[in-house]
Ligand binder design. Structure first.
Ligand SMILES: Nc1ncnc2c1ncn2[C@@H]1O[C@H](COP(=O)(O)OP(=O)(O)OP(=O)(O)O)[C@@H](O)[C@H]1O
Length: 253
């Protein structure tokens, strides 16, 4: 693996009990780029994503084989690495899931857990994170209001701010716009492109147009296999594998 890659996935397999969900995945995720993972329902996109911050291991029947390196270290090597890994690899979910707390407390939550107590330091982190998530101007005068009072799109940007507050290296996004209207979706897409300057982003999406619009690299999965992984332009204009072509031209899905 070169330093240009954040993750290097090497012959990775995953089982839920006796059912194999991922087969021999090999993939290197480039730093500070947007990598989209596409494929039909049930092909293993979320499973792969949730493996990268070891969230998948909260499901007791999961077994794995193979190696996933994060910055040259195998993430499965030491149990105690999990918490550290999750401070570097943040996650944003399909449905906005703010805590039932104020906007400020939502964003300050992670830093507080990591021991930051000083009000002025927390204030700075909250402002920086909300600015980073392109929602500061909309909420700066109501930081003490409950985050539930915001629209779905705003709540999702609060969740992105909450993720930025722990200063991650990588942001995993599991269909972050599928619960949002088209305008909120476009705002989040613009934001994701902006975030690429500072972060590596891996996004699972059902929406092929979204992958084509925002990603640099695209991984196409089918039945637990990584069929093709390449520059997004290449995948959408000149796919190498017939199955990729069939999928992107809508022959199945
Ligand atoms: N908790 C679980 N227990 C058992 N099997 C699971 C579990 N979660 C997922 N699976 C199975 O693993 C396979 C891959 O599922 P996964 O959710 O990763 O696919 P996906 O591509 O993200 O699907 P979708 O686009 O519908 O979210 C499917 O066959 C699914 O049924």
């Amino acid at each position: 693996m070169t330093a240009a890659n954040v993750f290097s996935i090497e012959d990775f397999n995953l089982w839920y009990g006796n059912d194999q969900a991922l087969y021999h995945i090999n993939m290197a995720v480039p730093r500070k780029e947007i990598t989209a993972v596409i494929g039909p329902s049930g092909c293993g996109k979320s499973t792969l994503l949730k493996t990268l911050n070891r969230m998948i291991e909260t499901i007791p029947i999961v077994n794995t084989s193979g190696i996933i390196k994060y910055n040259d270290n195998n993430i499965f090597e030491k149990k105690q690495m999990v918490e550290e890994l999750r401070t570097h690899v943040g996650m944003v979910f399909q449905k906005p899931n703010p805590f039932p707390k104020s906007i400020y407390e939502n964003v300050a939550y992670g830093p507080k857990i990591h021991g930051i107590k000083k009000k002025n330091v927390l204030d700075e982190i909250v402002e920086k994170s909300l600015r980073g998530a392109a929602i500061w101007d909309e909420v700066k005068d109501r930081l003490n209001q409950n985050a539930y009072g915001l629209s779905g799109g705003q709540q999702q940007r609060i969740c992105i701010a909450r993720c930025l507050a722990i200063e991650p290296d990588v942001i995993l996004m599991d269909e972050p716009t599928s619960a949002l209207d088209p305008i909120s979706t476009l705002k989040i897409e613009e934001l994701i492109k902006e975030l690429k300057k500072d972060y590596t982003i891996i996004i699972v999406t059902h929406n092929m147009q979204q992958a084509a619009r925002i990603s640099d690299k695209t991984a196409f999965m089918l039945n637990g296999e990584l069929v093709e992984f390449s520059d997004t332009d290449q995948i959408f204009s000149n796919p190498k594998d017939k199955r990729t072509e069939d999928y992107i031209t809508g022959r199945f899905g």
